[in-house]
Design a protein. Structure first.
Length: 400
């Protein structure tokens, strides 16, 4: 019987969406095992491509809106409406309006980047008649706690002179008062759910500025400013709404956007896999697999905190299904994944190179790595079968 392989990867941030990662891995598997039955299950974790993937999966309607990007320049952001029976549900991923991919490396400064475009997408969904809005939080290029998003929806975040604060994380340092009077009235009758990593906290040693600020261009000094601004934001939010977001699970998602959505828009923060599971029955597919491939741009100790490979590994482990993880980079404490169902992991990068070269070659490198892993898996099966045959033959010879 042909091998049954499930390919359930996340995307490679700023490089390949989950669908492209799944296709590349499947291509490599078929190069080694042409008869293999491969099921591609790209798992969008709330980051880039979340909206498009769910719209496609449910047979919904894709939409595009021109919004203000994280640097204040216009960008075209993808969103849409889910298909039946969720036709009044709009789905947005914040990354399409304020993602890290939209901020060139030489202009990355989370003190300045804004989520204003995310608020414009929410408003576009309201204008189109959405009664429920599902927002994916991931792959952000911002650290403004959703202050820009709130401003786009009529909520005024004011400094001591009653002027709207500056865009970006820097403005949070000046925040004195939050005026909710002008908030879009349609928000009160709209259900907003956020697919996020609930392990992401707003403040403290595991707070968003300290953990993710550096990848958004923050120096150690900038991280301290961001943390101070988020502390001030949390205090002002509690003063205005009575909601303490300082240790709220998921409040740190997308540079604190989770906190702004929960406190200022009344959104419910949901574990991103729980949201995804409404549309993909991963466990049913895993139960029929002989082997599972998962993948992510980088594997390290943080992968255990709500990332797709760890979730796939844990679920497959309960079913006794072996899992292989592929990644562009293998970081510190990646070996901890072995205790969570990841039997083996491999870097897809074949030789030392810079990041730009690795990203440009990612599609081909993924396919090549998957092919090599698949050939090794097949060879191990052949070794095991040959060993069993030899032992059976020896037993027969030794029998009277």
């Amino acid at each position: 019987m042909p091998l049954r392989v499930v390919v359930a990867p996340s995307g490679f941030k700023e490089c390949l969406p989950a669908e492209a990662v799944a296709r590349a891995i499947a291509r490599g598997i078929h190069a080694a095992a042409p008869d293999a039955r491969v099921v591609e299950l790209p798992l969008v974790d709330g980051g880039e491509g979340f909206a498009s993937a769910l719209v496609t999966l449910t047979g919904g309607v894709h939409r595009l809106s021109c919004v203000r990007g994280p640097l204040g320049e216009p960008v075209e952001a993808a969103w849409g409406f889910l298909g039946a029976p969720h036709t009044a549900t709009a789905v947005i991923d914040m990354a399409s309006a304020a993602g890290l991919r939209l901020v060139p490396r030489n202009r990355r400064d989370p003190l300045a980047t804004s989520t204003y475009g995310v608020g414009q997408l929410i408003r576009a969904a309201l204008d189109a008649g959405a009664r429920t809005i599902l927002i994916g939080c991931g792959d952000s290029g911002t650290n403004d706690a959703g202050s820009g998003m709130a401003e786009a929806l009529g909520i005024r975040l004011l400094d001591r002179n009653r002027r709207v604060i500056r865009p970006g994380g820097a403005g949070l340092l000046d925040l004195v008062d939050i005026d909710m009077a002008g908030a879009d009235p349609r928000l009160a009758s709209t259900t907003i759910e956020v697919a996020c990593n609930i392990e992401n906290l707003l403040l403290g040693p595991r707070g968003v500025a300290r953990v993710f600020g550096p990848q958004k261009g923050a120096s150690p000094a900038t991280v301290r400013f961001l943390e101070e601004g988020l502390h001030n934001f949390a205090a002002r939010v509690e003063q205005a709404t009575g909601i303490d977001v300082s240790l709220l699970p998921g409040a740190g998602a997308s540079g604190g956007l989770g906190a702004g959505l929960a406190a200022l828009l009344g959104a419910r923060l949901c574990p991103r896999y729980d949201v995804l599971a409404r549309f993909i029955d991963l466990d049913a597919h895993l139960a029929e697999a002989d082997l599972v491939f998962t993948a992510e741009g980088g594997l390290d100790g943080q992968s255990l905190r709500g990332k797709i490979p760890a979730e796939v590994g844990r679920r497959a482990q309960r079913l006794g299904i072996p899992v292989v993880a592929l990644a562009g980079t293998i970081g510190a404490e990646a070996d901890m994944l072995r205790d969570h169902g990841i039997g083996a992991y491999f870097s897809t990068v074949p030789a030392p190179c810079d990041l730009a070269e690795a990203m440009a070659a990612a599609d081909g490198d993924l396919a090549r790595c998957a092919e090599n892993v698949m050939r090794t898996f097949i060879m191990s099966m052949q070794v095991a079968m040959a060993a069993m045959a030899r032992r059976s033959a020896m037993t027969s010879i030794g029998s009277p």
